[in-house]
Design a protein around this ligand. Structure first.
Ligand code: PLZ
Length: 452
């Protein structure tokens, strides 16, 4: 059934929630059996429905179910699945050539993506970019470049950080289970400091605002030494770690500290970037200009592409041949990125993200009033989350979180969880989702809480 289905995806799909079987249905369960016999167990699934088409705000599965998408493939399909301009550009490129390797013989699409990255990322200084295949690869290369440019080795990262699954980026990631358990030894010269996490800061949000920067810079001074630090790497809004939004002033203060001490300030905007938070990049919110920024996920409408963009003098410090990779900046992925970025501009997706936040936040605050287990409602634009705790405490409640997620899935709403303690429900709808589907999704969430 799945292999003969000719349904086309993209924005033309019926934008509706329509559940015709249990979730997952028989066709998905059959495919899952095949998956078990051929695919490694180490790869988990949020929801084992096998997808046959997707577009706008919906995902269709092999049983004919149409689910509302509040995940965007982890913040990737911000322009929607199979978005019109992405399909157009990709089709055109696929018919011309699929690969040469940029290091063998270059092509214009790569240059064009780097020009767009220079134009769209924060700051109007002279910039250079390099393209890679995944977020982890971008972070790994950003650190390589920062080390080269500064001649220093230490890298400072934060509690609850997520930067990837390669050895260096896994070492930079905070959470042990499932990312690090059994996979050591880890890279050295990675130093972790507390995150400015208002909800969990000892003494509360006001104390966080007042104390976080001093605590963190004090630790760097005492335990690492500013003069040894090549880079501070931070997600301006944490992704996997729980959609933690640092208090106002924290990121500008951290950027200033880096500047004073010759440290490369790297913003990992792999999850928060490309319109997700209501600005082109989360750093724009407080006009923070990072020395380097890593991007991936939303950049190319679902194609594997990642970028490192930075000050020309830092990026160009590296000798010719020092950076690269066979597939990095693949021409088809670049064509997709050009189509995706064009869509973001044409459809003003930063504004769309802000509208999504304006609809979601009041609804979620209402939910929090009704259910004291919803300890925190936070996020910006279309990067929104609720953190679940035992009522009246800070004790994480991953069990209820999993129960609510499961009830949503059964009812046809694809939601994701996150957070170091697995107690955060995060909402990442495609930015092109209709208001009707968005509010219907929120009602499904309300119902899931009502069933508790
Ligand atoms: N930096 C901020 O969010 C990827 C991870 C999914 P890759 N987050 C989703 C999983 O469980 O593997 C991410 C991120 C931030 C880096 C990365 C890594 O990006 O494209 O997954 O390598």
């Amino acid at each position: 059934m799945a292999t003969t289905d000719t349904t086309k995806g993209g924005p033309g799909l019926a934008q509706q929630r329509h559940i015709v079987t249990e979730i997952p249905g028989p066709a998905s369960r059959e495919l899952f059996e095949r998956r078990q016999r051929s695919v490694a167990k180490g790869l988990g699934h949020v929801l084992p429905v096998f997808v046959t088409a997707a577009g706008g705000g919906v995902v269709l599965d092999a049983d004919g179910n149409s689910l509302i998408d509040f995940g965007s493939g982890i913040a990737v399909t911000s322009v929607g699945n199979s978005a019109e301009l992405v399909v157009e550009r990709v089709t055109e490129q696929v018919e011309r050539f699929t690969h040469t390797c940029f290091m063998v013989a270059p092509y214009e699409g790569y240059v064009q993506v780097c020009e767009e990255l220079a134009r769209l990322t924060p700051g109007d200084h002279d910039k250079r970019s390099a393209l890679f295949n995944s977020g982890a690869e971008a972070v790994e290369n950003a650190v390589k470049i920062a080390r080269y440019a500064t001649g220093r080795t230490a890298v400072v990262v934060f509690d609850h950080a997520y930067h990837g699954r390669t050895n260096l980026t896994m070492s930079m990631t905070a959470k042990n289970m499932p990312y690090k358990q059994g996979f050591g030894p880890f890279a050295n010269e990675v130093y972790r400091v507390p995150m400015a996490y208002p909800f969990r800061w000892p003494g509360g949000p006001a104390a966080c605002q007042a104390e976080a920067l001093d605590v963190i810079t004090g630790l760097i001074h005492a335990q690492v030494g500013e003069q040894n630090v090549a880079a501070v790497v931070i997600e301006p809004i944490l992704g996997e770690g729980g959609f933690v939004v640092p208090p106002d002033g924290f990121l500008p203060g951290l950027a200033a500290f880096c500047k004073e001490n010759g440290i490369v300030f790297i913003a990992d905007e792999i999850q928060s970037g490309f319109c997700r938070t209501g600005d082109w990049f989360a750093c724009d919110h407080e006009r923070v200009v990072p020395d380097m920024i890593t991007t991936a996920k939303g950049i190319a409408g679902g194609f594997p592409l990642a970028g490192v963009t930075g000050r020309a003098e830092i990026m160009d410090a590296v000798h010719a041949g020092g950076l690269g990779g066979t597939f990095g900046g693949n021409p088809v992925a670049c064509a997709a990125a050009i189509g995706a970025m064009e869509t973001m501009g044409k459809e003003d997706l930063p504004a769309a993200a802000r509208r999504i936040g304006d609809i979601m936040l009041p609804r979620l605050r209402k939910l929090a009033e009704a259910y004291p287990g919803v300890g925190d409602v936070r996020g910006r634009g279309a990067m929104i989350a609720i953190e679940l705790v035992k009522p009246g405490t800070l004790v994480p409640d991953p069990e209820t979180t999993a129960k609510v997620a499961k009830a949503c899935h059964q009812a046809g709403l694809l939601v994701l969880t996150c957070g170091t303690y697995g107690n955060v429900l995060r909402f990442l709808p495609p930015l092109v989702i209709s208001e009707a589907l968005l509010t219907e999704g929120l009602s499904v969430l309300d119902d899931a809480f009502a069933q508790l």
